[in-house]
Design a binder for this molecule. Structure first.
Ligand code: NAP
Ligand code: GCO
Ligand code: CA
Length: 267
């Protein structure tokens, strides 16, 4: 390795981060921009795209925003074609867009179950299928799937989400297996419990001002004794998007403060 080269540089790379108007996706895109990448993102609405462009501008990042629902295959193909024409071939794809529905399984409708799997598993398939041909033409690429603690563990009320994120772990390994020969590395990031709008309901203060029971539970389950911040994911994401991980493939990098290693603090 040439020791003067920055192996974490993303200069000249085009990164598409799905659903990156705020939350984990925005933080990952912001970190890529700091390493020289050109940022592309999508949201389902014009308003969402406008909100994202304003947020990136506030950080002095010139981003490209597209209206696209990641579950809509025709829409995704059109978006990728438009990006390739207007910005360039996508070097880095982060399948970040995701939803969760917290409903006890036997009370959950099949439609709700399907919607979660559609966004959290089918969409990363659709997105990856759309960008891989360009990566092959380009001589390689990076795909990062945002997995979860629920890629490894279950809990009450998140059956659809866990099934989808477990499937996303195996889709990650399969893309790595099938397209590694084209110098495409596909890995996952498994965030622990991160403070974003998606987990806000689990952190709401109680009427008496005490912490939400789930909030206290997560603190007891995390050796770091804190919730993660989106910034905690930036270094791992840069690593998996850069030359530094060219021989890392099919790996899920858990960024969880130690949750998966820990039985939990004695009450
Ligand atoms: P979030 O705050 O709920 O943001 C999710 C983003 O995805 C939003 O920008 C949302 O756009 C977008 N999105 C949802 N459905 C979409 C669709 N069909 N097409 C396009 N965009 C769509 O979530 P987050 O906490 O940042 O999580 C981001 C990813 O990390 C998700 O995959 C989540 O499962 C995963 N994750 C989160 C945590 C955590 O603790 N927060 C931990 C592990 C994994 P709208 O605003 O338009 O809805
Ligand atoms: C939940 C949370 C988790 C986190 C994340 C943990 O309800 O348990 O939303 O699912 O979002 O996926 O890694
Ligand atoms: Ca290029």
């Amino acid at each position: 390795m040439n020791h003067t080269e920055d192996i974490f540089s993303l200069e000249g790379k085009i990164a598409l981060v799905t659903g990156a108007v705020y939350g984990i996706g925005f933080a990952i895109a912001e970190s890529f921009a700091s390493k020289g990448a050109t940022i592309v993102f999508n949201d389902r609405t014009e308003e969402g795209v406008a909100r994202g462009l304003a947020a990136y501008k506030e950080k002095n990042i010139t981003a490209y925003g597209y209206v696209c629902d990641v579950t809509d295959e025709d829409g995704v193909l059109n978006m990728v074609k438009q990006i390739e024409e207007e910005v360039g071939i996508i070097d880095i794809l982060v399948n970040n867009a995701g939803i969760i529905k917290r409903i006890p399984m036997i009370e959950m409708s099949a439609a709700d179950f399907r919607q979660v799997v559609d966004v959290d598993l089918n969409a990363p398939f659709i997105m990856s299928k759309a960008v891989i041909p360009g990566m092959i033409k380009n001589g390689g690429g990076k795909i990062i799937n945002i997995c979860s603690m629920m890629s490894e563990l279950g809990r009450e009320t998140v059956s659809a989400y866990a099934a989808a994120k477990g499937g996303l772990k195996m889709l990650t390994k399969n893309i790595a297996s099938e397209y590694g020969q084209y110098n495409i590395q596909c890995n996952g990031i498994g965030p622990g419990y991160i403070a974003t709008p998606q987990t806000a309901p689990l952190r709401e203060l109680q009427e008496d001002g005490s912490r939400h029971p789930f909030d206290q539970f997560i603190i007891a389950k995390t050796p770091a004794e804190r919730w993660g911040e989106t910034e905690d994911l930036q270094g791992p994401a840069i690593f998996l998007a850069s030359k530094a991980s060219d021989f890392v493939n099919g790996h899920i990098l858990y960024v969880d403060g130690g949750i998966l290693a820990y039985i939990g603090k004695q009450p």
